[in-house]
Design a binder for this molecule. Structure first.
Ligand SMILES: [Mg+2]
Length: 283
């Protein structure tokens, strides 16, 4: 452990004992999520980014349908899949559904994600569509493409997730389970999504995957920054062609990878490790 880190961690710990958590002399308490959540909720820059991502996917649909050797699941799609019906896999949170009111509560309350608050939020079913997602999914479904939602929302939250999606007009299949939640099957207990992608590829040719987190595409998303970079480069040809990443500066494995995924570490130490991960100009 670096001395700089130790010293800073000590200082942050000492400060946290005296600084009020709700406000300080300069105004409201700082929360690492403020700018990110503000950008997601209020910027046209975010909306145009998401819309553009989905419009790019729309442009690729016919090519993906016509090319029977095309698959967006290179690590799961096995054997002869040319004759299988087409499907698209999408993550739910911050890919299809915008849950920014939850993140805004986290910021304003200077709180953090917890399943005890996340469950009640999901059950309100107030999540709105991520820009572009509804038009894209409807267009794909109209071309006969099966839509699968592969989410790390846990199985007890599936009914509310289905209702929220359906109420907004997203196709949710009733003849077969197309909302694949975490823990819904014994093999799906992990946040790693490859078993659920394999469930889809067993009967379908996957044309595209949409997500906001590296883990929506590969299982190695919890690696170090260097490991993530290598895995990202290994799949270079997929981005913007078969894999489509929505921007999410609010939360995700990109953040936790900077402090080794150790959420039990005090917040001041986590912040210091994030600062240490910055590549700064030194005047
Ligand atoms: Mg997500």
């Amino acid at each position: 452990m670096k001395m700089k880190f130790l010293a800073a961690a000590f200082l942050m710990t000492a400060m946290s004992a005296t600084v009020p958590t709700t406000a300080n002399a300069d105004g409201p308490a700082q929360n690492d999520g403020l700018n990110a959540t503000l950008w997601l909720q209020s910027s046209v820059e975010y909306k145009a980014n998401a819309l553009g991502t989905y419009r790019l996917g729309t442009l690729m649909l016919d090519a993906a349908l016509a090319d029977k050797s095309w698959t967006a699941a290179p690590n799961e799609q096995m054997g002869d899949f040319a004759g299988k019906p087409p499907a698209i896999i999408l993550d739910v949170d911050e890919t299809v559904l915008d849950n920014s009111p939850y993140q805004a509560w986290v910021v304003i309350d200077n709180n953090h994600y917890h399943s005890k608050t996340w469950g009640p939020f999901v059950n309100t079913m107030i999540s709105r569509p991520v820009p572009g997602s509804l038009d894209f999914i409807k267009t794909a479904a109209a071309k006969g493409i099966k839509i699968f939602y592969v989410t790390n929302r846990k199985a007890p939250l599936e009914p509310a997730t289905r209702k929220n999606l359906a109420a907004l007009g997203y196709p949710v299949d009733s003849s077969e389970d197309t909302v694949l939640t975490r823990g819904e099957q014994a093999a799906w207990k992990s946040s790693k999504k490859s078993p659920r992608r394999a469930h889809v590829t067993a009967n379908y040719r996957v044309l595209m995957v949409f997500g906001d987190n590296f883990g929506d595409f590969v299982d190695g998303y919890k690696g170090t920054l260097a490991e993530r970079q290598a895995l990202y480069e290994k799949h270079d040809a997929m981005w913007g062609a078969k894999w489509f990443m929505l921007a999410n500066p609010s939360y995700g494995s990109w953040e936790s990878s900077t402090f080794g995924g150790n959420w039990r570490m005090p917040s001041g130490e986590r912040r210091q490790m994030k600062l240490d991960a910055l590549q700064a100009w030194k005047p």
